[in-house]
Design a binder for this molecule. Structure first.
Ligand code: ASP
Length: 454
């Protein structure tokens, strides 16, 4: 049994829905279909979710916004027209949306969440109706009825463990089950959404709960690329990678699959297959627990920018009990998350996303480090890019770091920092943002275009 998730671009028009139908009926094991809200039909189009957010905010602040509401209804109505569904379903969607917009505004986050989630909810109803119209047994399933319960954190909720047990019963429903992605219900029975692109997470939770054999995630690319395709032209596609490799590659360029969505599938050992709705016969990319390490040491190179580093040095830091904890406590006090912490005998560097901190926070953190921890030096460096060179096979290969740093030095890149944990699944290079692209190109050239020198 497979859980199949279709993203917004796969559901953006009636023409796309015909493809979805063909994919589902071509394999009877595709039983549970998780759907996003209608996405973009073309480059400058607006996703229904974004229209819903604007609409909710306008209602919160001004009280009404007929033009955005009309645009949303128009999106569903043009899909329904294309696939031959009657006006009745559009009237249902319209009255559902109007009653949500006129709903309780006491808690703005919950209000917005309920409206945001209606994008997937109404789309699931429409798609189930379309399948039935085509003679396929299909049931719309509401997440509350299925028992998908989540924490009370609007916009970034997490699944509650009991949900997995509840969801197993979905297997007993005859025919195809159409399930809206992106949200669950809190214990008080209110709609709460995952973070953006969270339908991937719903699919993974359902795959885990129903003990599916495979989680197929249909999107609009043939496969996951080995490097950011906006930097390297027509890069190699990855046919197979492990959960750990996918996780390490979660920086920019690899966002075809939500990083939180790996966890439920990984815990249940369910492979994930990323596939293309517009080219379903392409094998796509498989994410698995273990793979044959046949294709050289590196499976992919990810990059991202907008990072800064806080360099802290203190003589005899290595002998001071609790030093690291106290540093991290200061970051926690400012609500900051970090990405990496390379360290030396007398120093520690914390790399974090720089948009979390304004100038005042930076000054305050420096002061506290100096006053409370008596550090010798604090240095904050901005505009760093991180490049992750990822591959499980690095562990068994000698000289991968040497190859990477030689490639960077030949490209005249000044490496600001290197970090490799003992898991040896990835190597991180920090470089100045201005040298990010040339670094990625040089590393790609070294590991994917050259004949290996070992
Ligand atoms: N429609 C939601 C979004 O745009 C969730 C999703 O598509 O997965 O973020």
């Amino acid at each position: 049994m497979k859980v199949v998730k279709f993203g917004g671009s796969s559901l953006a028009s009636g023409h796309q829905l015909e493809k979805v139908l063909d994919i589902v009926v071509s394999d009877p094991s595709r039983k549970i279909v998780v759907v996003s809200a209608p996405g973009k039909r073309f480059g400058h189009d607006t996703k229904v979710t974004d229209l819903l957010i604007s609409c909710a905010k306008a209602y919160l602040h001004k009280g009404e916004t007929p033009d955005i509401l009309d645009k949303i209804i128009e999106r569903y109505s043009s899909i329904a027209n294309e696939i031959g569904l009657s006006e009745e379903i559009i009237q249902q969607i319209k009255s559902d949306l109007i009653s949500l917009l006129n709903g309780d505004k006491k808690n703005p986050d919950r209000y917005i969440d309920a409206i945001k989630a209606s994008g997937e909810d109404n789309n699931a109803k429409l798609i189930a109706a379309f399948f039935r119209h085509k003679g396929i047994e299909a049931t719309y399933m509401n997440p509350k009825d299925a028992g998908l319960f989540v924490t009370d954190e609007p916009g970034y909720t997490q699944v509650l463990p009991d949900s997995y047990t509840n969801l197993y019963q979905l297997r007993n429903i005859p025919g195809v089950v159409v399930f809206p992605g992106f949200f669950g219900y809190n214990e008080a029975g209110e709609v709460i959404t995952f973070s953006r692109s969270g339908s991937d997470i719903t699919g993974s939770i359902l795959a885990n709960g129903t003990k599916a054999d495979l989680y197929e995630n249909f999107t609009d690319v043939d496969a996951v690329f080995s490097v950011n395709p906006t930097i390297v032209d027509q890069p190699k596609e990855i046919t197979e990678l492990t959960y750990r490799e996918m996780r390490e590659l979660s920086y920019a360029g690899f966002n075809v699959f939500h990083d939180e969505a790996l966890i439920p599938a990984f815990r249940a050992g369910i492979p994930v297959n990323i596939k293309n709705t517009n080219n379903p016969s392409a094998p796509g990319t498989k994410i698995v627990s273990q793979r044959q390490l046949t294709n050289g040491p590196v499976v992919g190179i990810a990059n991202d920018n907008g990072f800064c580093s806080i360099y802290i040095s203190k003589y005899l830091m290595n002998k001071e009990i609790g030093f690291g904890r106290k540093v991290l406590q200061i970051l926690e006090d400012y609500g900051l998350t970090y990405e990496h912490i390379p360290s030396g005998i007398d120093d520690i560097t914390i790399i974090l996303k720089q948009d979390q901190m304004d100038e005042q926070t930076e000054i305050a953190i420096s002061e506290r480090l100096k006053n409370e921890l008596s550090v010798d030096e604090v240095l904050i460096e901005h505009n760093l890019a991180l490049i992750m060179v990822v591959g499980e096979a690095m562990r068994h290969n000698v000289g991968t770091t040497a190859r990477a740093s030689r490639a960077l030095s030949e490209a005249k890149v000044n490496i600001e920092m290197i970090n490799q944990g003992c898991s040896e699944v990835s190597m991180m290079f920090a470089v100045k943002e201005a040298q990010e692209k040339q670094s990625v190109k040089a590393l790609y050239e070294e590991f994917f275009s050259k004949v290996p020198a070992y």
